[in-house]
Each structure stands twice: as structure tokens, then as C-alpha cells.
Design a protein around this ligand. Structure first.
Ligand SMILES: NC(=O)c1ccc[n+]([C@@H]2O[C@H](COP(=O)([O-])OP(=O)(O)OC[C@H]3O[C@@H](n4cnc5c(N)ncnc54)[C@H](O)[C@@H]3O)[C@@H](O)[C@H]2O)c1
Length: 277
């Protein structure tokens, strides 16, 4: 028996990284999973892999989360395939290469702001709006991927940090607005070694088509900067998401699990942790 037996889950950005791990975990917990991504090939491969390894079904959906119509279609295709929708997971995201304002060209600001916010914030709003009627019918819930960048500075550059702070606001406000019918919670991963890509080409120093995989030493840096000296994995975040999505979390809404090795308890004098034992 899985904690999501009989449930239907739609995950955006599930073709890679954290979303892929969510989808696989939800399937292992007994759910039927719609794997949505703007990259059709990735979505197809992940759905196929899940279907081969689980008893439930998996469906690949090609959808760009920045489009209201495509979010709507992702929900409709999920319901057409599996009959209902119990959990909507907003997860698709892009990065800003840690680009700080002083290094931004003034005439490049608008495009970068628009792109990061279109995917990381508007994508979640449009997904929530599209999923809402089905979740009302099923008594379902939503889970969103936030970030340590939603709580603290220097976990991204300016655009990413602002966008993830907005995601924290979205989770809290929606949790209020949709109560008591739909629970809304989040997982805030710390730095995780994935293919998370820059939203736009950012030049040589901050990266053009660069992903976190292309940043040598980032994994060790993240590890050393957490009190638990851990580089959490996508599977760690997926365990938190599965719990929030499950009936065991029926009393929780507006909660964000900081899946980050303890960023919130870093010390002032010794940044990473106490090391007193
Ligand atoms: N990797 C980290 O360190 C980290 C830390 C905290 C939060 N996050 C968040 O986790 C989420 C997943 O990121 P990841 O690290 O797994 O990266 P990833 O690149 O491995 O996965 C993101 C997926 O989203 C898809 N995607 C991007 N834009 C899209 C769009 N417009 N429409 C539909 N799909 C789109 C990509 O094709 C990709 O498959 C993001 O919201 C990211 O901000 C990541």
C-alpha cells in the first residue's frame, strides 16, 4: 500500500531533476502520474520509465507552463486519461545564473525579469487556476516547488531570488484563499545537483545555455555550506512532496518543508554549522 494509492497526480517540469524524482516517487506510492514538460522527449522518456517500473499508469504531456491554454490542456489530458485529478504539483522552473543587478545590462533587465517570472511564478499561477476545478471535485491538494532562494539571499541572482520569494507568497495566499477545500503546500529545496538551466543566455561569465551541471565545485560548495554537510538529492525533496500530497498531511496547509540540510539554522560566526560534537 502506497500513501498515494488510487490518486492521480500532475507534475509540471517532470521531464528532469526534481520533478522527475517527484513523478517517480508518486508512482511508487501508488499514484497514476501525468509527466508534463515543455520538452516532449524528456516527458515521454520519464513516463515510459515510470510505466515500466510501476503498476500504475503514466502519461506524458507536452505543455509550456507559461501558457494558460497549455496548462488547461495538461489538466484535461490528465483527466481524460485517468478520470480525475487529486494533486497538482507546480515545479517547472528556470534559473538566472546567479546574475546580480550590478552585472546586468540595463536593456537586458526586462527580458530576464519577464522570462524568469513567466516560468517560475506565472507558470504556477496558471497551473493552479487550471487545476482548481478538478481539485475541488476530488478534494485534492497542490504542492509547489519553492527554494531556499524563497527565504534567503544569494541562493540565486536577483531575478531568481525575487521569483522564489513570490512563490512563498503564492503558497501562503493560495492556502488561505482555497481553504478549507484545497490544501496548498510547498517544498523548498536547497541547492541540488540538477540540469536546472539559465532562463536566457547571460553571457560568458554567468552562462549562456548553462545548467547547474556546468558549474564545477557547486556540489561540494553546497555541501560545505549546510549544517548537515549534505547535498540533498531530488529524492529527498520527493519524499517531502509525497508526504504533503498524502492524506497523512490532511491537517497541513500553507506549510513549506525546507528540504535543504538546515540553511535556517546556519550560524552567524560559523556559516555552515556548529561542529561541536
Ligand atoms: N536544482 C536546484 O538547486 C533547485 C533548488 C531549489 C529549487 N529548485 C526548483 O526546482 C524546480 C525544478 O528544477 P530542477 O532543478 O529539477 O531543474 P531541471 O532543469 O532538471 O528541471 C526543470 C524542468 O522544467 C522544464 N521546464 C522549464 N521551463 C518550462 C516551461 N516553460 N514549461 C514546462 N516545462 C518547463 C524543463 O524542461 C525541465 O525538464 C524548479 O522550480 C527550480 O527552481 C531547484
Amino acid at each position: 500500500m502506497g500513501v498515494l494509492d488510487g490518486r492521480v497526480v500532475l507534475v509540471t517540469g517532470a521531464g528532469s531533476g526534481i520533478g522527475q524524482a517527484y513523478a517517480a516517487r508518486f508512482a511508487r506510492e501508488g499514484a497514476q502520474v501525468a509527466v508534463a514538460d515543455r520538452d516532449a522527449e524528456r516527458a515521454g522518456a520519464v513516463a515510459k520509465q515510470i510505466e515500466a517500473g510501476s503498476s500504475g499508469g503514466a502519461l506524458a504531456v507536452t505543455a509550456d507552463v507559461t501558457s494558460a491554454e497549455e496548462n488547461q490542456r495538461a489538466v484535461s489530458e490528465t483527466v481524460a486519461a485517468f478520470g480525475h485529478l487529486d494533486v497538482f504539483v507546480g515545479n517547472a522552473g528556470v534559473f538566472d545564473g546567479f546574475l546580480p543587478l550590478p552585472a546586468m545590462d540595463t536593456d537586458a533587465i526586462e527580458a530576464l525579469f519577464d522570462r524568469v517570472f513567466a516560468v517560475n511564478v506565472k507558470g504556477y499561477v496558471l497551473g493552479a487556476k487550471a487545476a482548481m476545478p478538478e481539485l475541488l471535485r476530488s478534494g485534492g491538494n497542490m504542492v509547489f516547488t519553492a527554494s531556499t532562494a524563497g527565504f534567503w539571499a544569494n541562493q540565486g541572482g536577483l531575478m531568481y531570488t525575487m521569483a522564489k520569494h513570490a512563490v512563498v507568497g503564492l503558497i501562503r495566499e493560495l492556502a488561505y484563499e482555497l481553504a478549507p477545500k484545497i490544501r496548498v503546500n510547498g517544498v523548498a529545496p536547497g541547492g541540488t545537483f540538477t540540469d536546472l538551466r539559465n532562463a536566457l543566455p547571460l553571457g560568458q561569465e554567468y552562462g549562456d545555455d548553462r545548467s547547474l551541471f556546468d558549474m564545477p565545485g557547486l556540489d561540494e560548495f553546497i555541501k560545505q555550506s549546510t549544517p548537515l554537510r549534505r547535498l540533498n538529492t531530488s529524492d529527498n525533496h520527493a519524499a517531502a512532496a509525497a508526504f504533503l500530497a498524502s492524506p497523512a498531511a490532511q491537517g497541513l496547509t500553507g506549510v513549506i518543508i525546507n528540504s535543504d540540510g538546515g540553511y535556517g539554522v546556519r550560524g552567524a560566526a560559523s556559516a555552515a554549522g556548529g561542529d561541536q560534537l
